[in-house]
Write a protein of this length. Structure first.
Length: 160
């Protein structure tokens, strides 16, 4: 399978984008703690990323953006369910892991929701940074807590 790769310069540093022919497979912040899968047939090319680059440019410029690029999410059925639920959290707002667990109909599964949230391969677009601890504090983020705080502050400013 062919995989496309592109490095995007953002206010947070270099973001690595990967895509298949079906859609975006990852958007990884500079501090991302998980391995990005590498294909035997990797192609460095901006063309498959023109739409997402344009949307990211507008997002980082402070424009409210509804991301509308095709995604190729690779995960378990439960992970994909959690990742889909993340997209329902409006910019500038947050939810706790427990609230997200309730949203997916599994009120006792906040730890499993947290694990799925932590494995989200497409940061920002699938906004796992909008999930916080039940005490309102920022909790773990694969892109680093500094990036999480920056993204939340950026979105709260856009929402005003």
């Amino acid at each position: 399978m062919k995989q496309y790769r592109y490095e995007y310069e953002s206010p947070l540093g270099t973001i690595t984008l990967t895509a298949s022919d079906q859609g975006l497979t990852s958007l990884s912040l500079p501090e991302y703690k998980y391995d990005i899968p590498v294909s035997d047939e990797e192609v460095i090319d901006r063309k498959p990323f023109e739409s997402i680059v344009s949307q990211l440019d507008r997002y980082f410029a402070g424009e409210a953006v509804e991301f509308d690029v095709p995604l190729d999410l690779l995960g378990t059925a439960f992970q994909c369910e959690v990742w889909e639920a993340l997209k329902s959290i409006p910019p500038g707002e947050t939810r706790s892991y427990g609230e997200l667990a309730n949203h997916v109909g599994r009120p006792k599964a906040s730890r499993a929701v947290g694990a799925a949230n932590g494995q989200n391969p497409i940061a920002i677009i699938v906004p796992c940074h909008r999930v916080i601890g039940k005490n309102g504090k920022l909790t773990g983020y694969a892109g680093g807590l500094e990036a999480k705080a920056w993204l939340l502050k950026h979105e709260q400013a856009m929402a005003k």
